[in-house]
Design a protein around this ligand. Sequence first.
Ligand SMILES: NC(=O)c1ccc[n+]([C@@H]2O[C@H](COP(=O)([O-])OP(=O)(O)OC[C@H]3O[C@@H](n4cnc5c(N)ncnc54)[C@H](OP(=O)(O)O)[C@@H]3O)[C@@H](O)[C@H]2O)c1
Length: 287
Amino acid sequence: MQNKIVLVTGATSGIGFQTALALANMGAQVIITGRSHSSGESAVAEIKAASGNSKVDLLTGDLSAQANVRSLAGQFKARYERLDVLINNAGLAASERKLTVDGIESNFAVNVVTPFLLTHLLMDSLKASTSPRVITLMGGDVPAKLDMDNLQTERSFDGLNSYSQSKLAMMVLMYEFAQREKDVTINVCYPGQASTNMTRSVTPEMLPGFMRFIFPLFKFMVRDDDGKSAAKASRSSVYLASSPEVKGVTGKYFDTNCKEAAWSFAVTDAAVRSTLWKFVEQAAFHK
Ligand SMILES: NC(=O)c1ccc[n+]([C@@H]2O[C@H](COP(=O)([O-])OP(=O)(O)OC[C@H]3O[C@@H](n4cnc5c(N)ncnc54)[C@H](OP(=O)(O)O)[C@@H]3O)[C@@H](O)[C@H]2O)c1
C-alpha cells in the first residue's frame, strides 16, 4: 500500500480504527475521520506510534449532517491530489427515532445518505487514481425485503431491525452504483460481529422480542476485548482495500472471511434499485 491514499470514515474507534491501523502498517497514507477533534487526534497519535507510519491525518465532522459531509469532502480535495481507496465505515445503530438537521431519520442519514453523498463528492478524486476502490460496510443479517414504505422508520421504529433495514438500503445503492460507475470498483463487505462502542451501546429494547431474553449473553459476547474482535472484523475491509486479488472486481459482496458471497434478491431487484436511487439522490442533492 506504499504511495496509496486511503480515507477511512469513523476510524476513531472500533473496526474503522483497526482498519486504518492495518493499512498504515502496510505503508499507506491514511486519513481518518471522526466527530471529535480530541478523540480523532488521539487515534492519529496511536496509529502513528503503533505503525511507525507518520502519514496519518485527521478530518473531523459529524457526518449525519450533509453540510459537514460536503465540507469534509472539500477539505479532502484541497489537501490531497487523489483518493485511491474510500472506506465508508462510519455507521450508526440508533436506539430511538431521531431526525438529523436535514430532517432525515438518523440511521438512514448516516448509513445510507452519507456514504452515497460522500462517494459522489469524492468521485473526481477517486478517478484521479489508477486503481480506485470504494468499500462500504454492511450490518448484520440481511433482511428478506427492503421496506420501501418505511425507509425512514416513519411508520415504525424497531431498534436493530431499523438499523438492518438501513444497511440493506445501503447495499442496494452500492450494488446499483457499481452497475452505473465503471471506472471505480465499488464493493460491500460484512465485518462480522465485534466488541465496539456500537455493539456495547445496544440496549435490550433495541433487540427483537425473543432476543431480549438472552440479552446478558449478548452483553457477554460483546464485552470489551481491547480491540481484538474489531481487529479481526477489519480483515474484509483491509482485504478489499489492499489485495491484488480484487483489482478490477466490482459490484460484489464479501463476507467476514473475505470470500465473495451471493447478493440476495432484496439487493438486486431492479425496481427497488431504481426507486431507491431516485429517493436517495433527491435526499442528498435535493434534485
Ligand atoms: N461491531 C459490529 O459487530 C458490526 C457488525 C456489522 C457491521 N458493523 C459496521 O461496522 C462499522 C463500524 O462500526 P463499529 O462497530 O466499529 O462501531 P464504533 O466503534 O461505534 O465506530 C463507529 C465509528 O463511526 C463514527 N460515527 C458514528 N456516527 C457518526 C457520525 N454521525 N458522524 C461521523 N462519524 C460517526 C464514530 O465516530 P465517533 O468517534 O465520533 O463516535 C466511530 O469512529 C459500522 O458501519 C457498523 O455498522 C459493525
